[in-house]
Write a protein that binds this ligand. Structure first.
Ligand SMILES: Cc1cc2nc3c(=O)[nH]c(=O)nc-3n(C[C@H](O)[C@H](O)[C@H](O)COP(=O)(O)OP(=O)(O)OC[C@H]3O[C@@H](n4cnc5c(N)ncnc54)[C@H](O)[C@@H]3O)c2cc1C
Ligand code: FES
Ligand code: FES
Length: 493
């Protein structure tokens, strides 16, 4: 095994170094069991309830960017190079509550209190970005936090006024000092850590990553850990060699280059959604509803694609748009269209030691309508029953090209070949959609499972085609009714 360095991070305003902590230990368990910081709670241990929310600070230029994350899904070595803020840190040294805490107290935002530290930390991260947010921003910030007794109204009220209790806090006062500490622990090359016969590597460049994946082809690549973390917390699996992507600045970008949008595979949803949402507003809305803020701050599009779930939300839209992937193994790079990436249920063309470096999708074109929508039981923080995406090119009033892809209808995200064929050549309108909707019956034989019955899935898939026509023909957007319709299981959408 490689030599081991210590995990270095800022905690409680000072530099901490950790050795001997198993790399599979979650930040939540470390906080509660080693540090006896029990303010951070465990509700679900799978990213759903937000009770474990902590905030990580990362140096971006000369400033610190604070992000809310689920401590139940993150492994301790991920702390390397960052600042960790937990609920116990918020009260000032003078004993005064933080503006977020005081606002919650004054607005009766807590009853049994189990969820409260998580809400405090989600609102704290929002406060650090924007001390006086609009209601919509607050709703979004706490969509990943569940409260079963207080109700959300008093919590939202507290969020609306937290800035009135002061727009800067002790973290602002010591930002320069913290930034200096963070600069002093910044890595220039791979961080190699080991404990309990397990190893964790965090390369700082794509070349280092390529060398490591070649040397350890069976290692688990760790991007945001929002899928991988569950293998440890829910399936109690041992991940003996982890290679983390988060420290590779050169794989964290979202940019437009000519007629192509390029997304580095280690880019989080939060980092990528502005550029994708600007190009394709529907896609932006899919990302806004993907998991919660905590999940989107960690999770990556690369991880979503590689995880190969048939109900992953990025893939239908990307496949409909004709996206492709850059895959790298050693020094060899190949480009693979995303609709050729999946070979079966949870299977991909990735070779041992190969990884995704970049996702490429075409920039919008005037002659092409793009529409994507997901239907699930809840509006926020829910996995799709069905996700549909449509890229329709219309030339002289007729459909000249159609790419239609669904998630949740087959064992992989899959194009609807017969539906596409039924569309091409037809005048753009209701008749074409009727034929295409009928053709879906020959494209898919969906399953019934906990999320939806086969019949429901098929009627949703058909109705999403009608919705696409309605939306792209200039009708009022219907995305706001998706959650309601999704909850009417069996009624179709
Ligand atoms: C509470 C919760 C809610 C969620 N909601 C949604 C949702 O609404 N919609 C949805 O689609 N998903 C959802 N997810 C699933 C998950 O967040 C996404 O699939 C996410 O995109 C995974 O990305 P990650 O960076 O966290 O991947 P990780 O968990 O780090 O990795 C996932 C897999 O991909 C591999 N991998 C990662 N990066 C690469 C790479 N560059 N090259 C090769 N292999 C790689 C890893 O080795 C691993 O096998 C949810 C998850 C949770 C816990
Ligand atoms: S414990 Fe529920 S989100 Fe982490
Ligand atoms: S105050 Fe009891 S769960 Fe929120």
């Amino acid at each position: 095994m490689a030599g081991s360095d210590a995990i270095r991070f800022v905690f409680g305003g000072i530099l901490r170094e950790l050795r001997g902590v198993d790399p599979n230990t979650t930040i939540l368990n470390w906080l509660r069991e080693n540090e006896r910081k029990t303010g951070t709670k465990e509700g679900c241990a799978e990213g759903d309830c937000g009770a474990c929310t902590v905030v990580l600070g990362e140096l971006v230029g000369s400033r610190i960017r604070y992000s809310a994350l689920n401590a139940c899904l993150l492994f301790v070595p991920v702390l390397d190079g960052k600042e960790l803020v937990v609920v116990e840190d918020l009260r000032g040294q003078d004993g005064k509550l933080h503006p977020v805490q005081q606002a919650l107290v004054d607005h009766h935002g807590s009853q049994c209190g189990f969820c409260t530290p998580g809400f405090v930390m989600s609102l704290f991260a929002l406060y650090k970005a924007e001390a006086k947010p609009e209601r919509a921003r607050i709703n979004d910030a706490i969509a990943g936090n569940l409260c079963r007794c207080t109700g959300y109204r008093p919590i939202i009220d507290a969020g609306l006024v937290m800035g009135k209790y002061g727009e800067s806090d002790q973290f602002s006062a010591r930002e320069k000092q913290t930034a200096r500490l963070l600069r002093s622990i910044r890595r220039k090359e791979t961080f190699a850590y080991q404990a309990n016969n397990r190893q964790y590597f965090a390369p700082t460049s794509e070349d280092e990553l390529a060398a490591l994946t070649k040397k350890y082809p069976d290692a688990n690549l760790l991007a945001g850990g929002t899928d991988l973390g569950l293998l440890v917390t829910k399936q109690h699996r041992d991940l003996d060699t982890l290679i983390a992507l988060g420290g590779i600045a050169g794989m964290r970008y979202a940019r437009r280059s000519g007629e192509t949008i390029e997304i580095g595979a280690a880019t989080s949803y939060s980092e990528a959604s502005a550029i994708i949402g600007e190009a394709y507003p529907d896609f932006g809305e899919i990302f806004r509803r993907l998991g919660s803020v905590q999940i989107r701050n960690a999770g990556t599009i690369g991880g979503n694609i590689a995880n190969a779930s048939p109900i992953g939300d990025s893939m239908p839209g990307l496949i409909a748009l004709g996206a492709s992937l850059l895959l790298r193994r050693g020094k060899t790079i190949r480009q693979v269209p995303l609709d050729e990436f999946y070979t079966g249920y949870r299977q991909t063309v990735l070779e041992p030691g190969e990884f995704i470096t970049e996702i490429r999708l075409p920039a919008p074109r005037k002659d092409r309508h793009f529409h994507t929508a997901k239907v699930c039981k809840r509006f926020d923080q829910d996995i799709s029953a069905v996700c549909g995406a449509f890229a329709i090119t219309v030339t002289g009033g007729r459909i000249s090209e159609a790419r239609v892809c669904y998630g949740g209808m087959a064992s992989t995200p899959q194009r609807a070949a017969r539906c596409e064929a039924a569309l091409v050549g037809k005048p753009w309108g209701e008749g074409a959609i009727e034929d295409a909707a009928r053709a879906l019956e020959r494209d898919f034989t969906p399953l019934s499972d906990v999320r939806a019955s086969a019949g429901y899935r098929m009627s949703v898939a058909r109705n999403l085609l009608h919705r696409m026509l309605f939306d792209t023909a200039g009708g009022p957007g219907l995305s706001h009714v998706l959650a309601y319709e999704g909850s009417q299981a069996g009624s179709g959408a």
